[in-house]
Design a protein around this ligand. Structure first.
Ligand code: SAH
Ligand code: SF4
Length: 375
């Protein structure tokens, strides 16, 4: 929509633009090319969120940016911190009022941000909070990048500790990005890939491709496409079952892309990139956690360069699934290792803050509904 002055009434979302598009925009504004490079560095190297502070840009340009553009597509609604203060989770509101979640996990030497690629998800895995809420919309590249920038700013600011927290040791820089939050990233391929390329840009955020991983429920054409990309990022596949029958129940996308096709795509990824695939396997008590299923999984993955991450499932409201016991988890792990499969049990992080994808958003939505019912 245009205003009488001919300007678009909604601000230009700078984080949605590639570097060359920032150049094009500033060229249209009559600025020399190096100004675009300065702006890019402010956004992604200096993590600037306020045009006024971009002091090496001319005052008139800063004023025009403030009037016509935005580099903050996310508004923080709530942040929760785990008791050990090593897991943090933000709920953000987007310009259209939708909400999304981002999780930060701090370790001794590194820290990982887990970002979302969609609001909701169309795939509908029955144990997943996001799957239960249905699909709302794709995120833009800027909304994806902004999740990383938010926590990168927090890390870079030694004063920032968030709600009620005592300072703790933490790395000053983001070391890993995983696209494992809400939604199916390969179903929003273009925006997801653009955001990862932006984060990878050596003139800006400069995060190496080896430090980025994308998790998919098994969208085969997307896996094939990312295998052919110049930027080779890590691939994690949510397997959760070793047979088509069981997998079609747990990951309904399996009906469209059954295991034979999925495994062929994974082999293609390994061949082209030389990188191993990580398989995520959420252990659901009495459903997919028997020794026989572990043996079947080991057969499926034989001779494939891969690693299996066993995840004790997080309990989700309204879902009948329970996590496997520690003993059963260790038993499952032993069968895989005895068969020569590299496997670990993923540490459970942030359980007290519902760090499983979609859980905080789901609780907020329920709370809001109850509020409106009471009125
Ligand atoms: N849609 C993509 C990425 C987001 S989900 C995918 O499915 O891979 C990220 C991971 O969290 C997936 O492995 C998913 O299966 C897992 N997950 C979802 N709900 C979970 C729960 N309640 N407990 C444990 N893991 C869960
Ligand atoms: Fe979607 Fe992944 Fe959740 Fe399945 S596990 S519903 S694919 S977000």
């Amino acid at each position: 929509m245009s205003t009488p002055s001919g300007k678009d009434s909604s601000p230009i979302q700078l984080l949605d633009l590639r570097r060359r598009e920032v150049r094009d925009l500033l060229a249209r504004w009559g600025e020399p090319r190096y100004r675009a490079d300065q702006l890019w560095r402010w956004l992604y190297r200096d993590l600037g969120a306020d045009f006024g502070a971009m002091v090496n840009l001319p005052r008139a340009l800063r004023a025009r940016l403030a009037e016509e553009a935005s580099c903050q597509p996310l508004e923080l609604v709530e942040e929760v911190v785990s008791r050990d203060r090593r897991t943090r989770k933000c709920l953000f509101r987007l310009v259209d009022g939708e909400t999304l979640e981002t999780v930060l996990m701090l370790y001794e030497q590194r820290c990982t941000v887990c970002i979302s690629a969609q609001i909701g998800c169309a795939i509908g895995c029955p144990f997943c909070a996001t799957g239960q809420s249905g699909f709302v919309r794709d995120l833009t590249a800027g909304e994806i990048v902004a999740q990383v920038l938010h926590y990168a700013r927090w890390l870079a600011d030694p004063q920032a500790n968030g709600p009620g927290a005592v300072p703790i040791q933490r790395p000053a820089r983001m070391s890993n990005v995983v696209v494992m939050g809400m939604g199916e990233p390969l179903a929003n391929y273009q925006a997801t890939w653009q955001s990862l390329e932006t984060l990878n840009d050596p003139e800006g955020f400069a995060l190496g491709a080896r430090h980025m991983t994308l998790s998919t429920a098994g969208l085969v054409p997307g896996i094939e496409r990312m295998s052919r990309e110049a930027m080779q990022i890590g691939l994690a596949v949510s397997l959760h079952a070793p047979t088509d029958r069981m997998r079609s129940k747990l990951v309904p996308l399996n009906r469209r892309y059954p295991l034979a096709q999925l495994m062929a795509a994974c082999r293609g990824y390994v061949q082209r990139t030389g990188r191993r695939v990580t398989f995520e396997y959420a252990l659901l008590q009495g459903i997919n956690d028997s020794d026989q299923q572990a043996e079947c999984l080991a057969r499926l993955l034989r001779r494939l360069l891969c690693h299996v991450n066993l995840i004790p499932v997080n309990r989700v409201d309204g879902s009948p699934y329970q996590p496997s016991s520690r003993l059963r988890t260790q038993g499952f792990l032993r069968v895989l290792r005895d068969a020569g499969i590299s496997a670990t049990v993923r540490l459970r992080r942030g359980l007290d803050i519902e760090a499983g994808c979609g859980q905080l958003r789901q609780r907020k939505a329920l709370g809001d509904d109850q509020l409106s019912n009471d009125q």
